[in-house]
Write a protein that binds this ligand. Sequence first.
Ligand SMILES: C[S@@+](CC[C@H](N)C(=O)[O-])C[C@H]1O[C@@H](n2cnc3c(N)ncnc32)[C@H](O)[C@@H]1O
Length: 236
Amino acid sequence: MKGPCYSAPDKTFIRNTFDSISQRYDLLNQILSFGMSEAWRERSADMVLGEADFFPKTILDLGCGTGKFLECFMKRRAWKQAVGLDFSSEMLKKARETVAGNAVWLEQDFDRMPFLESSFDLVISAFTLRSAGNLDIFLKEVHRVLADGGRVAFLDLTRPGKGVAALFFYPYLRRILPALGWIISGDRKAYRFLADSVCYFQTSDHTVKAMETAGFRNFQLKRFAFGAATLIIAAK
Ligand SMILES: C[S@@+](CC[C@H](N)C(=O)[O-])C[C@H]1O[C@@H](n2cnc3c(N)ncnc32)[C@H](O)[C@@H]1O
């Protein structure tokens, strides 16, 4: 499943959806990922910040939601500037209420970032690529705001390869996850979108190719839970 026919739903749907599920979003993430989503974020932060020759001072989290990914990076070191950007006011409200530290939480569309070229040493984003209306433009924008030598880290849900994991994965993704998401969040369309986007979004190999075209290099990939999630790190 490559996903050239995948296209993200329109922005109004996405923003309304996250506004409506914001109160239950973190709980549902943990339940639906069998408690693994938090560990994936933590291990991603360890990997990115563990690189010996990389000492970022400024960080931007795109589609930061309730701020859980940025929080992992903030508690590991002091930052000169930390920015979480999202267009859902309700998700950001939770971030402001729950994440300690001095991050700036910015309500903004990531297709219209108000930053100059080379503004950040590190750009991160978790579980957000599937929401980008035009991934090529999104990647070019990320490249633009990243400083030379800076790193980008995308963590997202992906599909396991063939085998036992895949055998369980698809029935879970297509039937159990949307039903559970619907029951707990009360929003049926939100978790249908989650399941469909994971099923049809391009593979991480295709994402790496698109990132190469946007100008990124030195790729590292880390697959979690047999490929149910993948972290892509690259440099500018
Ligand atoms: C699945 S959530 C991920 C939240 C967070 N990164 C995490 O680790 O849980 C995707 C987030 O991306 C945001 N988002 C989607 N499209 C966006 C856009 N065009 N501009 C800004 N934020 C966007 C949504 O509002 C939502 O909060």
